[in-house]
Design a protein around this ligand. Structure first.
Ligand code: ARG
Length: 618
């Protein structure tokens, strides 16, 4: 629909300029050209689009809006390009123009998408390998601590956003800003020196579970014992200064965690480049120097800080962002300043990014607001660059409280994924028994794994990320409603049509790399023909894909794509339940099979952008 919206917008603008040349010239001179205010129709019976621009012109032109709409309509009727695209428009309400695309235009668009691996989604203006990269900073767990559900959310949302941007042809740098440089190492190394020195100079002397336990003990000592605190702080300074013994211990601890994280990424099919906090260590001094030179640095109680504009602490005083602590140590914010500086700096001194996106919990909103402000004031952000915190809410249990195991511990991600898959397997075995279906073990495992992981990802992505999210296995695994199983079933249902003899065309053009280059083989008719309202509803829903992707990219809200895919599945199911496909007359049958084909391709593409694999049978 994007293409049509753009064409109509231009045609309507021209019509306005022709109908009201004086007003148009004045508006252009004032830098605010007349706007046809084109929007999707609010109801299907109003057509495809409505243009509300006449209303805003009523006052300056001192004419009734309906009269203005009539003048526009006369101009549009004289425009052959408009006539080729739309049926004669209707004036409605106080002076809207209702616009309906010609059926043959819609049918030809469906036809075009059947042969298009991008399904009508255009590449972004700044695409290709020469374009400046978009950085998505996501997942970013902390070494020696367990990855928690917040990191899982960041991982799933960040990956989906990266996939959408990549599909639009943007060069994306997926960065895992792991916490590998903070106070936790001071505590951990100090503690291990006393209780498990082998862990500091021998690989694999302890496993991650032990490490997490050691970290917990270290943290308890740190909070309770001032001497320990002091030693731990000194240990951090030693590490950050490059002491070889500390560095070796640090490297071993990082390896241990890294292996554990990687297992999870592999299972979830997540690609990430690790570039942890330690990477920016060599640039921390330069941050201080830059801020000093910009006249932003203030020494307050021995700490170097920048006072934030428009941000106050609880006492009403301006909030400082501490850049270097009084003991000379740097902190989380300093590292993020160094990271921003590096990411926007032109290569080879930096990444030369034009857009940086941070996916973390909403609790870090103030941290990022402060860091962004200081980076801007320091002059590190080039004009026109985008810098965005993409926050998300908390993960809660069924009871609305923080997600915990029954014994009250934090939930381990591995256990969480295992449980999703196990529950799927149990459901599946029950269903197979009920239906007296025989399937081999490989099928059962494949289906349970795919559906289980899909359910976890989809449940997270389908809620608006800003709100808190209630984790519920029962809800995410339900076969009805806005769930992964419901969408996966729609794909399976269409695959079933092919198995029952419907020619959906060979290959799997929208199904990812393995299918690239597969030639369509189906004999779809030259001109598709639709007659039933259910067919037209499906056509219109299918053609929304490009608009939806553009919105997701603009607003960074994957739940928009989820809602669309859910809506599409519902419209498809209504069509398939109410209109004969395999039993239809040959001409209608071929056109309807084409709709089935495009629906499957659209669902697979959309789910793929969410990081979700599909199945042919389940
Ligand atoms: N490690 C941090 C945490 O666990 C998240 C880091 C997010 N990225 C960043 N550039 N600060 O909360």
């Amino acid at each position: 629909m994007l293409r049509f919206a753009q064409a109509l917008d231009t045609q309507l603008r021209t019509a306005m300029e022709r109908a009201f040349p004086a007003a148009a010239a004045e508006a252009i001179a004032a830098g605010r050209p007349l706007d046809p205010k084109l929007a999707p129709a609010s109801k299907p019976e109003f057509g495809d689009f409505q243009a509300n621009g006449a209303l805003a012109l009523a006052k300056p032109l001192k004419q009734a809006p309906r009269q203005i709409a009539a003048a526009l309509l006369a101009e549009l009727e004289a425009d052959a390009a408009f006539g080729a695209l739309c049926l004669p428009p209707q004036i409605a309400g106080p002076g809207f123009l209702n616009l309906t695309l010609r059926p043959e235009v819609l049918a030809a668009e469906v036809q075009g998408r059947l042969g298009d691996p991008r399904l009508g989604v255009p590449l972004a203006a700044a695409s290709g390998s020469g374009a400046a990269p978009v950085i998505v900073d996501f997942s970013s767990p902390n070494i020696a601590k367990e990855m928690h559900v917040g990191h899982l959310r960041s991982t799933i949302i960040g990956d989906a956003l990266a996939r959408v941007l990549e599909f639009r042809g943007q060069p994306v740098l997926r960065l895992n800003h792991v916490g590998d440089w903070g106070t936790q190492f001071g505590m951990l190394i100090t503690h291990l020196k006393q209780v498990a020195p082998a862990a500091l100079d021998t690989a694999d002397a302890v496993d991650l579970g032990d490490l997490v336990a050691f970290y917990r003990q270290a943290k308890q000592r740190f909070d309770a014992d001032e001497d320990f605190q002091h030693t731990a702080r000194q240990e951090v300074v030693r590490l950050q200064a490059g002491d070889p013994v500390s560095l070796k211990a640090w490297g071993l601890l990082c390896d241990q965690s890294r292996r554990e994280f990687e297992q999870l990424y592999e299972r979830l099919d997540i690609r990430l480049n690790e570039r942890g906090e330690s990477f920016y260590n060599p640039y921390l001094e330069a941050v201080v120097a830059d801020l000093e030179a910009a006249g932003l640095l203030v020494v307050d109680a021995g700490a170097k800080c920048v006072f934030l504009e428009g941000m106050q602490g609880k006492d009403g005083n301006p909030l400082p962002l501490i850049v270097q602590k009084s003991d000379g140590g740097f902190n989380y914010a300093t590292t993020d300043l160094a990271a921003i500086r590096y990411r926007f700096a032109a290569p080879p001194a930096g990444d030369g990014a034009r857009w940086v996106i941070y996916v973390t919990d909403a609790g870090q909103a103030n941290h990022f607001a402060g860091v962004f402000q200081v980076a801007r004031r320091a002059g590190w952000i080039p004009a026109g660059a985008r810098l965005e915190h993409v926050p998300f809410g908390l993960v809660q249990g069924d009871d609305g409280k923080k997600l915990k195991t029954r014994s009250g511990d934090t939930v381990r991600l591995k256990d969480l994924l295992d449980e999703a898959v196990e529950r799927c397997e149990a459901d599946l075995r029950r269903r197979l028994a009920e239906e007296e279906r025989q399937e081999d073990e490989e099928f059962v495992q494949q289906v349970a794994t795919t559906v289980g992981l899909a359910a976890v990802k989809y449940a997270d992505l389908s809620t608006n990320r800003i709100t808190n999210y209630q984790f519920s296995f029962d809800r995410m695994l339900a076969l009805q409603g806005n769930t992964a199983p419901y969408l996966l079933y729609a794909v399976v249902r269409i695959a079933g049509i092919a198995r029952k003899g419907g020619d959906l065309g060979g290959g799997d053009r929208a199904g990812g790399a393995e299918a690239a280059g597969a030639e369509p083989q189906a004999a779809f008719p030259e001109a598709l023909q639709f007659s039933e309202p259910q067919e037209w509803a499906l056509v219109r829903e299918l053609l929304k894909l490009d608009t939806v992707i553009a919105e997701v990219e603009q607003e960074l809200l994957p739940n928009r794509l989820c809602s669309y895919l859910f809506e599409l599945s519902q419209v498809f199911n209504r069509f398939y339940d109410q209109v004969p496909v395999l039993k239809a007359e040959p001409a209608a049958r071929a056109s309807r099979l084409a709709l089935c084909r495009l629906t499957a391709d659209t669902l697979k593409l959309g789910l793929g952008l969410l990081g979700i694999a599909t199945l042919e049978r389940m």
